[in-house]
Design a protein around this ligand. Sequence first.
Ligand code: ADP
Length: 158
Amino acid sequence: MKILYPGTFDPLTKGHLDLIQRAEKLFGNVVVAVLKNTSKKPTFDLSRRIIQINKAISHLPNIDVITYDGLTVDCARDVNANLILRGLRAMSDFEYELQIAHTNKSLNSKIETIFLSTNTNYSFLSSSLVKEVAKFGGEINHMVPESVERDLKDYFRK
Ligand code: ADP
């Protein structure tokens, strides 16, 4: 089975990576879809985020990384995925994620959203929090893959 994992991944964290690895075991093929135009004003441009993800998943054979624009359900349909993966860290994620899942269902009833709860080790992690820590020189190597750690250190040194 193929599952689409959409997100901003600005940058990819070990929480995202853990979800990708677990989804690969459960579903077989994971397509990580990086959103091109986001209202979030990303720190890393699209090509950098793709490089970061590709480096972090290079040891995993069944993961594809793509970029997309527009509706997530259209992206899922275009890559022949009937499933969309989202992660739940805490109750605060739940309301927002449920709203998106219902919207997606109303747009394409053939596509199901699957939620995986985070590994407890990473349940506190978010891309924005990692950036905050990196900005002030805190230790981030338990939060992000190596290539992301390097990029963050470079970014905040400038
Ligand atoms: P978006 O802008 O679409 O929310 P993100 O990159 O912030 O993109 O998150 C993509 C997905 O990964 C979301 O479903 C989010 O809940 C999930 N996620 C974010 N951080 C973690 C984490 N630490 N562990 C597991 N899943 C996470």
